[in-house]
Design a protein around this ligand. Structure first.
Ligand SMILES: O=P(O)(O)OC[C@H]1O[C@H](OP(=O)(O)OP(=O)(O)O)[C@H](O)[C@@H]1O
Ligand SMILES: Nc1ncnc2[nH]cnc12
Length: 173
């Protein structure tokens, strides 16, 4: 599958036969990150800051901020010593079998109040990670103006409030 004018094929592979879902990883691919960030920005509303969750959303989020609003925030999955006054929400993503936590530190969230926030991720599947990020952003007064990803699968691909480039193909056995 090619996407957003990238020369190379996106590697799509089965990640869970029972759930019938496919996986792709853009982490480590500069061309896909640059081109998908550009194509996605063209579909997104005006915003002040882009927010994502660690890990695989980070390059996309950074690249969208680099090409656009210049500001991005990453919700972390663990607390580091330098993170002051961290706040967390819980999330269970489709790719993991345990509950994860997403943290924002004071240096991140104090700038969110009143800002137009675009939430981005590489893939949205169940929407649990997205909902957790929304929760964090809203707690600190951010105004969510868009929800964007490169690939959406399942219910996420049917949601009218999610902006995406392609539906993620289901893995067929
Ligand atoms: O809509 P959902 O069911 O929540 O799935 C989407 C999330 O799952 C993946 O991350 P993952 O939790 O695998 O973590 P990683 O990026 O750290 O690998 C993906 O990057 C999204 O963040
Ligand atoms: N199908 C998928 N759902 C959620 N996150 C993913 N990351 C890679 N593939 C994914």
């Amino acid at each position: 599958m090619t996407i957003a004018g990238c020369e190379r094929d996106l590697p799509i592979c089965p990640i869970d036969e029972h759930l019938d879902i496919a996986g792709f990883v853009m982490l480590g691919d500069v061309e896909i990150t640059e081109k998908t960030a550009k194509a996605l920005l063209e579909k997104c509303p005006e915003h002040d800051v882009v927010v994502t969750a660690e890990t695989k959303g980070i390059p996309l989020c950074y690249e969208m901020a680099r090409q656009g609003c210049r500001r991005y925030i990453v919700a972390r999955k663990s607390v580091k010593a330098y993170m002051r006054n961290p706040i967390h929400v819980e999330v269970k993503s489709i790719t993991t079998d345990h509950v994860q936590k997403l943290y924002l530190a004071e240096d991140d969230y104090k700038g969110l109040n009143g800002k137009r926030v675009l939430i981005v991720d590489d893939v949205i599947s169940t929407g649990e990670s997205l909902a957790a990020m929304e929760d964090l952003v809203k707690q600190f007064g951010g105004n969510i103006v868009g929800r964007a990803c490169v690939l959406a699968e399942g219910d996420a691909a049917d949601r009218k409030d999610i902006i995406y480039l392609e539906p993620l193909p289901l893995f067929t056995k």
